[in-house]
Ligand binder design. Structure first.
Ligand code: HEC
Length: 499
């Protein structure tokens, strides 16, 4: 079971567990309901039966204690069964009551009845009578009994043990009243001894109907349970599926952003190191060109003089082609670097900004920085190389998030003013000191601070390749980088003015 659950995907697992709970609970609930409903039915039946037995009991009591003594006194030596036999009177009354309680059975079962075979105890009844006989304290037995294919709830109460008074009619037949002998004969219902207990009253209450009703109620209940349970299960399942899909989508989104952050970082690193090398090479070339030209010019001028000794002239003329060569290398180098071609097209800075924000989200969350966006209503559009400009803006934004104190804030604003558009990024960090301020865009200074510091000079270079201007103002508690770009220019124009 555990194995099966393990292999299911979490969505299915949840449903299967719910289903299992549902169907494990089902038998428990139906059994409990059945027991409760059945108990209720039996209690109702028991109350009726008990009332019935009590009525019969008090009739017996009345005959024995009140009627019989009166008969004895008024008609000594006579036996009138209608007034003197408890069992006769009670069975007559019981038969009358039976009309109102159809299917009930009343029986005064005896091990030794007088004449009436219907009063003879059957096996079950004999057992109960013997039970009462053995335990005289036991005044009631009750239980479910099947009789002639019907279910009955049976209440039994023990009869009265024979006392010396009873033996006149139940002991020696010769001592019995002649009237009794005339009606009942001398064969049955005699030869009892004092304290014998031979009878019990039984009331059989048909319980098939109430039990069927109980089963019906349970079936109905189980039906409702299954129905409602299934509906709830379905609703939960749908809800859960939705939630799970949402979680899935969110997970996917985060993974995508992570991948993009990774790619952007990689792009940025490659671009920065490549650009740093180029910038360095250009500066070296720039610094080498003048000395090379100067050396070549000076030597050419020197060679024009006639007072040079032959060995000196030879040595100097050996330098001239080398110096020329150096100059050529420098200009070749510059031209290679400058012909690098960048593709531009119209881009919306608002849209670009929104695509960059998720890339600093993790850092922002970790340091609890609030980023406020104030995007201009008119889309700030300009010619841009999307990848390059994103790297530059991301760099500025990252710097701001890193510069802001924990729990601090960064404000990003975009805007359109006349023929320019701008984007500003402000943080409430401790600011840049005036002496550092002079150097932050300086490649050689940056180089000393390793790769991290190279970002700003490269950013500046990228902004300038977009014909933009980058400015920075910094006071303790507020540093604002502002990038501004002309909203319209042609690429040809760019080529003309490129550095
Ligand atoms: C005056 C005679 C008389 C006396 C006294 C008497 N009985 Fe009975 N008893 C009868 C008769 C007659 C019947 C049968 C009644 C009938 O037809 O239902 C009977 C029936 C019974 C029955 C029912 C079983 C059967 O035979 O159908 C029991 C039990 C019983 N008597 C117990 C007693 C006890 C216990 C006493 C003493 C407290 C007692 N009797 C006193 C005459 C008597």
């Amino acid at each position: 079971m555990k194995q099966i659950l393990k292999e299911l995907n979490p969505k299915r697992k949840f449903t299967v567990i719910l289903l299992m709970i549902h169907f494990v609970a089902l038998p428990a609930i139906s059994v409990t309901t059945y027991v409760i409903v059945k108990e209720n039915a039996i209690r109702a039946v028991y109350n009726t039966g008990r009332l019935y037995l009590s009525a019969i009991g008090s009739i017996k009591h009345y005959v024995a204690e009140e009627l019989r003594p009166v008969f004895y006194r008024e008609m000594p030596g006579r036996f009138i069964v209608q007034g003197m036999s408890r069992s006769y009177v009670s069975s007559q009354v019981a038969a009358g009551v039976m009309h109102d309680l159809p299917h009930y059975i009343y029986k005064n079962a005896s091990l030794n009845p007088k004449k009436k075979p219907q009063n003879m105890a059957d096996t079950f009844e004999s057992g109960i009578i013997e039970l009462f006989d053995r335990n005289r304290m036991n005044k009631e037995w009750r239980g479910l009994v099947e009789k002639d294919g019907e279910d009955y709830y049976v209440i039994a109460r023990p009869g009265v043990p024979f006392s010396s008074d009873c033996l006149m009619c139940h002991g020696d037949p010769l001592a019995a009243p002649p009237e009794l002998i005339a009606v009942y004969g001398t064969t049955a219902g005699f030869h009892q001894k004092e304290n014998d207990l031979v009878d019990a009253t039984f009331v059989y209450i048909p319980i098939g109907v109430p039990l069927a009703a109980a089963r019906k109620i349970v079936a109905f209940f189980v039906g409702i349970y299954v129905l409602i349970g299934t509906v709830i299960l379905m609703v939960i399942n749908v809800r859960f599926s939705k939630l799970y899909n949402q979680i899935d989508a969110e997970k996917q989104r985060i993974e995508n952003i992570n991948l993009e952050v990774l790619n952007m970082n990689h792009d940025m690193e490659t671009m920065i190191s490549e650009r740093a090398m180029n910038l360095l090479a250009l500066s070296v070339a720039d610094r080498v060109r003048n000395p090379a030209t100067a050396v070549a010019g000076t030597i050419k001028r020197l060679l024009k003089r006639e007072d040079l000794s032959l060995p000196v002239r030879e040595k100097l003329s050996f330098i001239v082609p080398e110096a020329d060569n150096l100059e050529a290398i420098v200009s070749d180098y510059e031209s290679i670097l400058k012909t690098r071609h960048i593709m531009f097209k119209m881009e919306d800075l608002n849209e670009m900004m929104e695509s960059i924000l998720p890339l600093v989200e993790e850092e922002r969350k970790i340091r609890d920085i609030t980023i406020t966006l104030k995007l201009s209503e008119t889309p700030p559009r300009c010619m841009a190389n999307r990848q390059l400009l994103r790297v530059a803006i991301l760099h500025i934004l990252k710097n701001a998030v890193e510069a802001a104190p924990e729990g601090g804030s960064v404000t990003v604003e975009t805007g359109v003013e006349e023929d320019r558009i701008f984007i500003s990024v402000a943080d409430n960090g401790k600011g840049i000191s005036p002496e550092n301020m002079k150097k932050i865009f300086d490649l050689f200074y940056s180089l000393k601070r390793r790769r991290i510091g190279m970002g700003l000079p490269i950013t500046k270079q990228i902004i300038e390749e977009h014909r933009g201007i980058i400015t920075v103002e910094s006071t303790p508690g507020r540093t604002i980088f502002r990038l501004s770009f002309p909203s319209r220019w042609s690429e040809k124009e760019l080529a003309d003015t490129s550095p």
